[in-house]
Design a protein around this ligand. Structure first.
Ligand code: A2H
Length: 252
């Protein structure tokens, strides 16, 4: 926890097909909006994570767009000029986390044309939007949760996740870190013997190592800023995706 407000980048993952209760939103521009602190990693998105037990909602924001986020986040957005009227937000409907699982999405900058919403059991609904975009090459949490889904058929079955929404999505090398290579999260999870997404203690050690070395020594391998240090690429990529309308600023 920081001492002051933290600036996040909201990544807009566009909903490509409407199933179940989401059918009511068909024909509109609907996005799962994921809060990230690492916009420069968006080249490596392989999926999006949702808390199955979480309660989300569809909210009208400016430019006739619909964001699917936790209601607490929609309320915050209303005071950040993201909604039509300052201080007010319009809810279209509540949506259960389980109703979002398996939805196909277009994730900006990702090398995968289509990615899917998958379950992650450690998401906090009290942080960001409750929607997490997944970069398993550089986030040990994301890698551990994806590995669980790839390796554990009963976990997929429990949440109705199809094999083809998980198995083809391998981590993408996007950042090189001298001591950890270009799939740092995998190396760190192996080194610290992370067994699953719930392995808090080992995950903490893997994350500490990855983030520190990534920020100071990481160099972009792909995209417009290939060869640029992560420290410098962060704001460059952020400004590009804000300018293209594929992201928005969000504070909390
Ligand atoms: B980050 P902070 Cl590659 N519950 O984005 C759990 N985790 C959440 C969340 C929630 N409600 N909302 C956001 N997050 C994740 C990319 C990334 C992130 C990489 C590496 C590190 C990293 C891809 N996932 O975060 O506690 C999001 O994952 C390291 C901290 O608010 C977001 O950035 O500081 C980060 O945690 C925000 O964490």
């Amino acid at each position: 926890e920081g001492i002051g407000p933290q600036e996040y980048t909201l990544i807009k993952l566009k909903v490509l097909e409407f199933h179940g209760p989401l059918k009511a939103l068909e024909g509109r521009n609907v996005y799962l909006a994921a809060a990230t602190l690492r916009p420069e990693t968006m080249y490596g998105q392989t999926n999006c994570y949702i808390l199955p037990d979480g309660v989300y909602g569809a909210f009208e924001v400016t430019n006739d767009e619909v964001f699917i986020v936790a209601e607490r986040a929609a309320k915050n957005m209303a005071y950040q000029d993201l909604t039509k009227e300052y201080g007010k937000y319009a809810k279209i409907m509540d949506i259960k986390g389980t109703d979002l699982l398996g939805i196909p999405l277009k994730a900006p900058l990702s090398s995968y044309e289509k990615v899917y919403a998958l379950p992650m059991l450690t998401i906090s609904m009290e942080k960001g939007t409750g929607v997490v975009t997944s970069v398993p090459s550089d986030s040990p949490d994301d890698y551990a949760a994806l590995r669980d889904l790839k390796n554990k058929a009963p976990l997929r079955e429990k949440y109705g996740i199809k094999q083809e929404h998980v198995l083809p999505f391998d981590p993408v090398p996007i950042i090189n870190i001298p001591e950890l290579g270009d799939l740092a999260a995998i190396v760190a999870c192996e080194k610290h013997k992370v067994v699953s997404q719930n392995d808090k203690e080992n995950l903490k050690n893997a994350k500490d190592e990855c983030y520190l070395k990534g920020f100071y020594d990481g160099v972009m391998k792909v995209g417009k800023y290939a060869g640029v240090k992560v420290q410098d690429a962060k704001n460059l990529v952020k400004n590009d995706i804000l300018a293209s309308g594929e992201a928005a600023k969000y504070w909390e």
